[in-house]
Ligand binder design. Structure first.
Ligand code: FAD
Length: 468
């Protein structure tokens, strides 16, 4: 029987990173992953295959189309008759995914991680080790890391299939739907809705909650909603879905809005109402692996489950369902196994939504900071006062810095605007080091760059922004 120091179940961002880091630290490591794309093994999990990467590839392609077809004129560039070759656009997305999933396979080889394609199932404890069925063959492992991820949540009684799709289906429509319904105005719903709106769909987004992005700073969610509505995304909040019926040509959705029944017909319906932990086929129940009431694997702050030698990380343990959070947990658990001080600072995990304008934040919102008892000061600076943003032709949005009025420590940074997915990184690093608004405001930022808006927002916390 093959025997490993570390066996990782799941080859997504949590699992593949844990496997690479474990191998770097000298453990004999294997990773068993069941994901298949186009009938073939494909490492990288949800993120690389049907999540972060393909969605961003399509967001970029559709944004380029929007720029060429609708915005180039403003720059004095006349383009008549721009059209979309959807097959080619989807083909490009697939080739980006191929490169990255192939890249993980290469990294496994390079780091001598044994890659096993198939299901991993916990079988029994054997002394200090575990016996795991890895793709139909039993292997022995001193430590097992469960990184089995999450799956899309379906509406109760409405299975995915036909014209009702999850994230995978929404990344592969063969033609642009004329009428597209999206249930759920969360990150995935607005990103995928944006892709198809830019390519020509009429997009209606139905959300049960009373408002948009309630987890974000209020100023940011208000501005982002205004910008997304301006583009034609038709949002409905506080609605209750009462019936979903599909036939060959589309889907009929009935919902209650402000107490009134409404019936709408869509060609396609994306259901993006959250994700549920994926433990099917893992053998959790059989070996007594403890899950919480929502199905997440229960862990302590060192990623230990209730069973000795079994650890869990990534989407399957809950918390922010983000690839970078999953990756950091992968590094941390491997380092803890090696007796090091692996640790994830959940207080400054960046959130990014890749709409146009982009939305990004890290740390506390103004409301959270006040609720936690901080005396708060804030500084806000608009992209409309920044030369680079004006040159780009995209001066929408702003950066807002939330700082402690007594200590000047940065508590949170909130952004909506061009390229803020990249701008947030600087502030995350500063917060990681406990920087003050003064530190950020006195740091030299290249001119002309969008990053000057971040510096100015920090200066604005003391009412000394220079360019406004
Ligand atoms: P997963 O990526 O789900 O990987 C789990 C793997 O385990 C899968 O390959 C699965 O097949 C395999 N598996 C499950 N059970 C078994 C078993 N018993 N045996 C063997 N293998 C098994 N996050 C971001 O940070 N940025 C983004 O831009 C972003 N965009 C997203 C867009 C979409 C459309 C979606 C759906 C998600 C997006 N996410 C994004 C979230 C991100 O994809 C997840 O947080 C991340 O993939 C979680 O990583 P993971 O390794 O925990 O799980």
């Amino acid at each position: 029987m093959d025997s490993y120091d570390v066996l990782v179940i799941g080859g997504g961002p949590a699992g593949y990173v844990a496997a690479i880091r474990a191998a770097q630290l000298g453990f004999k490591t294997a990773c068993v992953d069941a994901f298949e794309r186009n009938g073939k093994a494909s490492l990288g999990g949800t993120c690389l295959n049907v999540g972060c990467i393909p969605s961003k590839a399509l967001l970029d392609s559709s944004e380029k189309f929007e720029m060429i077809a609708r915005e180039a004129g403003e720059h004095g560039i006349q383009v008549d008759g721009a059209t979309v070759d959807l097959g080619k656009m989807l083909g490009r997305k697939e080739s980006v995914v191929d490169k990255l999933t192939g890249g993980v396979a290469y990294l496994f080889k390079k780091n001598k991680v044994t890659s096993i394609h198939g299901l991993g199932r916990l079988v029994r404890q054997d002394g200090e080790a575990w016996i795991v069925d890895a793709a139909g063959k039993e292997v022995r492992a001193k430590n097992v890391i469960v990184a089995t991820g999450s799956s899309p949540r379906a509406l109760p009684g409405v299975p995915f299939g036909g014209n009702i799709v999850d994230n995978s289906g929404a990344l592969a429509f063969e033609q642009v739907p004329a009428q597209l319904g999206v249930i759920g105005a969360g990150v995935i719903g607005v990103e995928l809705g944006s892709v198809w709106r830019r390519l020509g769909a009429q997009v209606t987004i139905l959300e049960a909650l009373p408002g948009f992005l309630l987890a974000a700073d209020e100023a940011v969610s208000k501005e982002a909603l205004k910008q997304l509505q301006k583009q034609g995304l038709d949002f409905h909040f506080g609605i209750k879905i009462t019936e979903v019926q599909q036939d060959e040509s589309g889907v009929t959705v009935t919902y209650e809005e402000k107490g009134q029944p409404v019936t709408t017909r869509f060609d396609k319906l994306i259901v993006s109402i959250g994700r549920v932990p994926h433990t099917a086929g893992l053998g959790a129940q059989e070996v007594g692996l403890q899950l919480d009431e929502r199905g997440f694997v229960k862990v302590d702050d060192h990623f230990r489950t209730n069973l000795p030698g079994i650890y869990a990380i990534g989407d399957v343990i809950g918390g922010p369902m983000l690839a970078h959070k999953a990756e950091e947990e992968g590094v941390a658990v491997a380092e803890l196994l090696a007796g090091q001080a692996g640790h994830v600072n959940y207080a400054v995990v960046p959130w990014v939504i890749y709409t146009s304008p982009e939305i990004a934040w890290a740390g506390l919102t103004e409301k959270q900071a006040r609720e936690q008892g901080h005396k708060v000061k804030t500084g806000q600076f608009p992209f409309s006062a920044n030369g680079r943003a004006l040159g780009h032709g995209d001066p929408r949005g702003f950066v807002k810095v939330v700082a402690d009025a007594d200590t000047d420590k940065i508590l949170g940074v909130h952004m909506v605007g061009p390229n803020v997915s990249e701008l947030i990184g600087e502030t995350v690093a500063l917060m990681e080091f406990g920087a003050s608004a003064e530190d950020l405001g006195r740091t030299v930022h290249a001119h002309p760059t969008l990053s000057e808006v971040v510096k100015e927002a920090a200066l604005a916390t003391d009412k000394r922004a220079l360019h406004m």
